[in-house]
Design a protein around this ligand. Sequence first.
Ligand code: BTN
Length: 320
Amino acid sequence: MVDIRSLISLLSDGQFHSGSDLGRELGVSRTAIWKSLDRLEELGLSPESIKGKGYRLKHALDLLEEQEILDALTSDCQGRVALEVLLSVDSTNQYVLNKGGLESEYHFVVAERQLSGRGRRGRAWVSPFGSNLYLSAGFDLFGGVEALAGLSLVVGIAVVRSIKACTHLDVQLKWPNDVWLDGKKIAGILVELTGEATTSWRVVVGVGVNIGMTNEEAKAIDQPWAAIGESLNCSRSQYAATLISELANVLDRFKRDGLDAFMAEWESLDLLAGESIEVSGINISGVACGIDESGALLVDTGEGVVPVNAGEVSVRPNAS
Ligand code: BTN
């Protein structure tokens, strides 16, 4: 049986490798390598095969390496997080939701690909193999519904910090927690919960960051999107470690001090501040003027300031 991850790792340089070389490296026959090509196809990798030369991937891959991620975590994270690196999964959020007890304070899962990646408001999250980052963190949060106020907003801060630490990109937050670059979405966050509304919650925070997705891979996306691309100044694994460290750091502080501790930073990243906006579904429009202590978006309608707790916000095109 061919170890598919090892096979992809050998092919990840984007060069040709003969079936016999690959077989020798992996301790299997050439025929076994040939038979395993279907599994690469299933992952969306479709290797090129040329007689006399062997096999190669369409482009080189920077695979997620568990040990590299663990080694690059900040010291206060070491030992407090569990990490699983998966090749393919339906949804990293669903995978963590399906887990029973967690052995560590934070349980992180990253995957090379999602078959049914979930976005907010019932949308799909396009998740091709090896190009972006799909990450979920599971943890327990104690307290009633008030303990959750602002949680998804502070996750946005962790994502922005991680992108700024590993690129020169000037990303901002679009309420509640989309990360935008130059008018396009570069990362999204989906928080899902199970548990009881009175004592504790199992929280799953899912983050999708577009890193190396191609136009072809992204053609199903129906809104303007951006990717980090060449701006990433480290490997995907080191970026994953930075995001994990920032998330643990921000979540620790959020559990202790709540949204209040992040107000100033959120305001400094607020893309909508001062913009004329519309909130779909509830028919509210006006000028966005920050967030309140529960994380609701404040909208000055001209007749007063209204807090908005949910809804899709769009900037009015010809208003300024
Ligand atoms: C959004 O629509 O903005 C939220 C996107 C969240 C996508 C991430 S990718 C990792 C995690 N697993 C999922 O199925 N969704 C989230």
